[in-house]
Write a protein that binds this ligand. Sequence first.
Ligand SMILES: NC(=O)c1ccc[n+]([C@@H]2O[C@H](COP(=O)([O-])OP(=O)(O)OC[C@H]3O[C@@H](n4cnc5c(N)ncnc54)[C@H](O)[C@@H]3O)[C@@H](O)[C@H]2O)c1
Length: 255
Amino acid sequence: MGRLDGKVALISGGARGMGAAEALLFAGEGARVAVGDVLDDAARETAEEIGDAAVPLRLDGTREDDWDEAVRRTLEAFGRLDVLVNNAGVGGVARIEKTSLEQYRAITEVNQTGVFLGIRAAIAPMTAAGGGSIVNISSIDGLVGMPRVLPYVASKFAVRGMTKTAAVELADRGIRVNSIHPGHIATPMNNPGGTDEAARRMQEYCERDVPLARIGQPEEIARLALFLASDESSYCTGSEFTADGGLIASVPLPG
Ligand SMILES: NC(=O)c1ccc[n+]([C@@H]2O[C@H](COP(=O)([O-])OP(=O)(O)OC[C@H]3O[C@@H](n4cnc5c(N)ncnc54)[C@H](O)[C@@H]3O)[C@@H](O)[C@H]2O)c1
């Protein structure tokens, strides 16, 4: 028996990285999955890897009409919506004085506004299904600051706040809302060029600064998302779940 038997999940940014790992794992646990992304080919490939239990969707998370259409097509394909993973996200590194308003807006539009629109779009179908689980992918950058990524940090703190507010507001409909706060995970976001040099620098950093001394794998976040998506987390709502190899568990000993 699968841990998500009978459930239908919509995953934003599901084409690659953590989103794809979640789509594959959820389907392996009995869910039917809508893979929403702006990367049409990659979304189709991920859905094809899963087979009949998945559909690829065009979903730009910043667009209201895309969310309406994604929910409509999910219901058309699978008849219900039980799980939403607000996973789509973008990054960008620059000092504050070098960050343009356009860059700030572009990052917060995807990472923050997109999560608001996703939560809002999921309420009606989840209410109709008798409840559901919304999993918002924030970051350790939603718990502590980090230099040179101010718009990203702003957006990920916002995701944490929206999670708690939505959890309280939607509890009486049986909709649970939680946030996941990954540390450094081996996905294209962390190494956009896919170079050995960037991978080597990340490995050195993790060996030095992460207590578990390694980078995380997308499947390790997907397993946490699976727990939150499933009924195993039935008493969890409005909570934040960190998976960072211990990175932000402490501050250095003085001296
Ligand atoms: N990789 C990490 O170290 C790390 C750490 C903490 C949090 N996160 C968060 O995890 C989530 C997944 O990131 P990832 O590491 O798998 O990165 P990724 O770049 O591999 O995947 C992100 C996905 O989101 C999609 N996307 C981007 N803009 C979109 C939009 N407007 N609408 C729909 N989809 C869009 C991309 O096409 C891509 O498929 C993000 O929210 C990210 O901020 C990542």
